[in-house]
Design a protein around this ligand. Structure first.
Ligand code: ATP
Ligand code: MG
Length: 557
């Protein structure tokens, strides 16, 4: 699969194309992305964003950003700002206006009055628990509330007094009068308004009654003249109610279409659970590089292009499935392979001394910035008598087929010379202090014909910059932590490993946070915001090993 390959349109695109062709919406396509500002956006939201904004762009329409801010107690300005930043970062633009369900509170209130006047809504005095008890079950019909048949005038009076703040939280609700025997529980007189004497992040103390999701959502879609209101499958059973409100009010009626949510292996994508990870200190914050949030993935180094590519590959359907994290990582690798400059970095340093190389001499050797893209050019790397190599690249007692450095063996130093290991220096405890080598001056930058099996990376010791590198593993050990009620038991205790004594090329001095590199042979890395000129910090975005790529290749034969 690739970005450019033709893909059959998904079922939503097919519907939109048909309805556009038939003129159902007068040629308009308007979608919306409606986050509740009670957490940061995650990879599941990215799927919805790519679908809604992508669809609008393909049909020359528009996609509104609308904050579904009807719940005053859980919502914060911080989330609103973070959500906007994340959508922009992902590469989408919602135009001049940001919409808020809270801007429609007065309109929704007036519509509620209209429904009361039409005998389609009533004020109920039952408590939340009683309402639940009266609602019945899937097997049993519900029972009418004793207040269901209140006179219209009484309902109008009580609703006005609810708004005026005369009643305590939870003592009264406004309910739609639909059908207590409906097989669809959502139609058993759903609550439209509840009393909540809480300050709202935008309307302050103006309101003490707040509309429920089902009332606010469809009517907000109608106000904005949305054509296609796309939501996840859980809302399929809410669609009759979505339609009921719009029909009962006789207003513009968008079409709700449901699609399957994105579930990703080895992670959780529920804001409630992500919030717990943050508040309980299991991760360092919403933007911890292990989090499946957009801010976490940004900090980790995932390019927005890769996330959009991933959303496209995952596609849109109606059946629930679990997408492998490996697919997302594959998209990240593919993108970074094309664009990330290569550099050399040593994560676990071991000193190499080249005994026949003159002390004090420094050579500047040419290194290729990206073999995938000649236009990215070359840079100079300094070579000198003392180098750092990775501990993994030396074995005093090598296994068979070990083509790296070991006593008596030869290896090529990338962009430099072939060296031969002539000895090892130990300390009192028998640990390796450094490795002794000689170099062959005739092999500079591959100039001689001589071939050796192994090539390793290195950094000149006197030129190296110290760096901290953070390696990540999946946040959960189990592919489906969500399946267990005790999902936190599956948290991977070793998801973060900090290497404090790494060495990188001097070319990386002053690299800005967010800059991405390939460290040759070790993976893709991104400069962390914790980095400062004197203290470089890198996150490993993804390793070089690509299990998904192998699966894909095998499948293609
Ligand atoms: P969560 O379960 O994480 O709390 P939510 O649906 O409550 O998610 P909202 O802020 O209401 O979060 O979501 C905004 C939009 O994003 C909705 O249209 C919702 O359907 C969509 N969305 C949320 N999670 C996913 C997901 N995993 N896959 C696809 N779309 C999603
Ligand atoms: Mg929601």
């Amino acid at each position: 699969m690739s970005n450019t390959e033709f893909r059959a349109p998904d079922f939503i695109r097919t519907i939109v194309a048909e309805e556009t062709a038939s003129g159902k919406w007068g040629g308009r396509v308007v979608t919306r992305f409606p986050p509740e500002p009670n957490g940061y956006l995650h990879i599941g939201h990215a799927k919805s964003i790519c679908l809604n904004f992508g669809l609008a762009a393909e049909f020359g329409g528009k996609c509104n950003l609308r904050f579904d801010d009807t719940n005053p107690t859980k919502e914060e300005i911080e989330y609103v700002e973070a959500i906007k930043a994340d959508i922009r970062w992902l590469g989408f633009d919602w135009g001049e206006t940001t919409f808020y369900a809270s801007d429609y509170f007065e309109r929704l209130y007036q519509w509620a009055i209209q429904l009361i006047q039409a005998g389609k809504a009533y004020v109920d005095d039952l408590s939340a628990d009683e309402i639940r008890e009266y609602r019945g079950t899937l097997m049993e019909p519900g029972r009418d509330s004793p207040h269901r048949n209140r006179a219209v005038a009484d309902n109008l009076d009580l609703f006005a007094r609810m708004r005026a703040g005369e009643f305590a939280d939870g003592t009264r609700t406004l309910r739609a009068k639909i059908d207590m025997a409906s097989p669809n529980l959502n139609l058993r007189d759903p609550v439209m308004y509840r009393i909540r004497k809480a300050s709202h992040h935008r309307t302050g103390d103006q309101w003490c009654i707040y509309p429920m999701y089902d009332l606010a959502h469809g009517q907000s879609d109608s106000i904005e003249k949305v054509t296609h209101s796309l939501c996840t499958m859980e809302y399929e059973d809410h669609r009759p109610l979505y339609d009921w409100f719009l029909d009962a009010l006789g207003i513009y009626h968008p079409r709700q279409i449901e699609f399957a949510r994105l579930n990703l292996s080895h992670t959780v994508v529920s804001k409630r659970k992500l919030l717990q990870l943050v508040t309980e200190g299991i991760v360092a914050g919403w933007d911890d590089p292990r989090m499946p949030t957009l801010s976490g993935m940004r900090r980790r180094g995932y390019p927005p292009e890769a996330i959009r590519d991933f959303a496209e590959r995952v596609g849109v359907g109606k059946t629930q499935n679990l997408i492998e994290l490996a697919l997302l990582e594959h998209c990240v690798r593919e993108d970074l392979n094309r664009r990330a400059p290569r550099v050399m970095a040593v994560l676990r340093p071991l000193k190499v001394v080249i005994e026949n190389y003159p002390e004090g001499t420094v050579e500047e050797l040419d290194a290729v910035n990206n073999p995938e893209d000649a236009a990215m050019g070359t840079r100079k790397v300094q070579f000198s008598r003392e180098l750092w190599i990775d501990q993994d690249d030396f074995r005093e007692d090598p296994p068979k087929k070990y083509f790296r450095l070991s006593p008596g063996a030869e290896v090529r130093l990338r962009y430099a010379y072939i060296v031969k290991c002539t000895g090892v220096v130990h300390n009192d405890r028998g640990e390796v202090v450094d490795v002794r080598c000689t170099y062959d001056p005739a092999t500079r930058c591959g100039s001689a014909d001589r071939k050796v099996k192994g090539t390793i990376h290195w950094v000149s010791a006197r030129h190296a910059l110290p760096a901290e590198v953070r390696l990540y593993d999946t946040l959960f050990l189990s592919p489906k932590p969500d399946e267990d009620e005790n999902w936190k038991a599956h948290v991977n205790p070793n998801s973060l490993e900090r290497l404090a004594t790494c060495c990188v090329e001097p070319a990386l001095a002053g690299a800005a946070p967010g800059t991405r590199y390939q460290f040759e042979r070790t993976g893709y890395f991104c400069v962390d915001p914790d980095s400062s000129p004197g203290h470089l910090v890198f996150n490993r975005t993804v390793s070089l090993r690509d299990t998904w790529g192998k699966i894909e290749k095998a499948e293609q034969g």
